[in-house]
Design a protein around this ligand. Structure first.
Ligand code: BYC
Ligand code: FE
Ligand code: FE
Length: 472
């Protein structure tokens, strides 16, 4: 009986009820997850009612479900996009074979590692954001933060499902380890760099959701092409949730930009901070930081790992099936950035080893579209300045640019030049302290902190002054 109860507590479309072994594994993992959520999830709001969207099924209607929920009672479930009958692998050495429903022995280690790396980022982001509830600029924003957090929790469930269902005992061990690493911990850090950085304030959170969740979009899209069908279907469903995270980031930054412009028009560029806004120069430095740290998440320009992922039909390109080529890339070449003395040039390389860079290029183009929309707001205020993505070599720690210093406009600098100027380009201790000083909670429905404009509309057709989180 307990097992049946439990099934009903995990919404799923994977036939959990019929799979006793998997059920037992998840049953053992769930209390540990909840323990982790209590320790490392949003601090201070666990018993508050939050107006959340819960996915209760993968069809259209499943999406429309909004209600007040206390976060620990959120129905973290396991959802895969619907299978496609007769689906064939679209790329790599196994192109044309039916997609796999089980893990091919030869790729077991590689696939597990990809899934663990993906899974590790999800709880990491929740840990990074756990203090932000205390300083939310409005109830609307507070609710959006929590929506993102519970969904990242669900993305962790999605990867744990794959580990438990397809990787036996070592999968179970990895599922445990995902709850044991901690963002920023010296001894047991999260796997990827950006997920050990701090998210100390809401401008960082919006930048993170815009830039780093967007890496999530591109990585998930590449994994959604995988020949391992359960992974592909899991990622396809996660992508639908990722869109909201990027919306939170893009609209959040846009509202900060809007406020900066309003204050600048009224009081001049130097008057923005006197009136508790965040000026465009500071926003630019935050942008530079989050963009560069997120670029590192794509790995090195030249990567045999990436080639092996592709050749093994495990991880494709963004929109693999829309590309007009042979989808094996054995003879193709691709130009990647390279350092040539004191300048940045390009070099032709076998396409297979450059796949990280290709994905990064698709990502950069997508980032640019968002930045253009921010610039549209600046232009509408009659201000003749722009936000810009820095050069891809700026402030990098992984790959070709890891050992050189590059300015935002793409020039290689000496250490001395870098030391003299990096304060213009990256958030300074003063910026961080100033932004921190703005982070006072605003909890009255319909009210917003001084440094951010209200959103254009509320959530799910509710008014902006709706009580999105009941704090009483
Ligand atoms: N930090 O061959 P290389 C998301 C390691 S975000 C630390 O160039 P590869 C989300 C690398 O592991 C999406 N280490 O890299 C967003 C390798 O180690 P080994 C997350 C790094 O393997 C917001 C070595 O350096 N998902 O979902 O081609 C909120 C050589 O590297 C880093 C994925 O990333 C780094 N930045 O590519 C919540 C997808 N970069 O082999 C969630 C799964 C590289 O020498 N992961 N290294 O021990 C992958 O596809 C690949 O592992 C990577 C790296 C693209 C990350
Ligand atoms: Fe996620
Ligand atoms: Fe996300």
């Amino acid at each position: 009986m307990a097992a049946i109860d439990y099934v009903e507590r995990i919404p799923n479309n994977v036939g959990l009820r019929e799979n006793r072994r998997l059920l037992r594994a998840l049953e053992e993992w769930q209390p540990k997850f909840l323990e982790w959520w209590k320790d490392m999830g949003p601090e201070g709001f666990q018993s508050k009612d939050v107006y959340l969207r819960t996915a209760v099924s993968v069809d259209r209607n499943g999406w429309a479900h909004f209600d007040y929920v206390q976060m620990p009672a959120y129905r973290w479930g396991i959802f895969l996009a619907e299978p496609e009958a007769g689906k064939l692998i679209q790329f790599g050495d196994h192109k044309g074979e039916p997609v796999w429903q089980e893990v091919p022995g030869e790729y077991r280690g590689t696939l597990r590692r990809l899934i663990v790396t993906q899974g590790d980022t999800e709880p990491a982001s929740v840990e990074q954001q756990r203090h932000l509830g205390r300083t939310a600029p409005s109830l609307y924003d507070l609710r959006n933060l929590f929506q993102v957090n519970v969904e990242e929790g669900r993305h962790l469930w999605a990867m744990v499902y794959l580990l438990d269902a397809y990787f036996g005992r070592d999968g179970r061990e990895e599922a445990e380890a995902l709850l044991q690493r901690r963002s920023g911990d010296r001894d047991r850090p999260r796997i990827l760099g950006a997920f050990n950085e701090q998210t100390p304030d809401w401008l960082s959170f919006f930048m993170f959701s815009f830039f780093t969740d967007r890496d999530g979009k591109y990585q998930l899209a590449a994994l959604a092409e995988s020949g391992f069908d359960p992974l592909a279907r899991t990622c396809r469903f996660m992508l639908t949730e990722e869109a909201h995270h990027m919306f939170v980031g893009e609209s959040g930054v846009m509202r900060v930009v809007q406020r900066a412009c309003e204050l600048e028009r009224e009081h001049g560029a130097d008057g923005v901070s006197a009136h508790r806004g965040i000026d465009l120069a500071t926003i630019q430095r935050y942008l530079n930081f989050h963009f560069s740290v997120s670029l590192d998440l794509f790995g090195s320009e030249i990567s045999t790992n990436a080639a092996n992922f592709y050749t093994g039909s495990l991880k494709g390109r963004f929109e693999e099936t829309k590309r007009d080529d042979d989808h094996t890339l054995k003879t193709a070449v691709f130009r990647v950035p390279a350092i040539d003395g004191d300048r940045i040039a390009t070099r032709e390389e076998p396409a297979l080893t450059t796949l990280n860079e290709r994905l990064r290029e698709d990502y950069i183009a997508d980032c640019q579209r968002g930045v253009n929309r921010w610039n549209e707001v600046i232009r509408k205020h009659g201000i003749d300045r722009e936000l810009r993505l820095p050069h891809r070599g700026f402030h990098r720690a992984i790959g070709t640019f890891a050992d050189v210093k590059v300015s935002p406009d793409g020039h290689i600098l000496s250490e001395a030049e870098w030391d003299a100027r990096h304060r213009e380009w990256l958030p300074t201790a003063e910026d961080v302290a100033y932004v921190a000083s703005l982070m006072v909670p605003v909890t009255e429905p319909g009210k917003f902190a001084d440094w951010i404009a209200p959103p254009a509309r509320g959530i799910n057709g509710q008014p902006i002054e709706f009580e999105y989180v009941r704090l009483g």
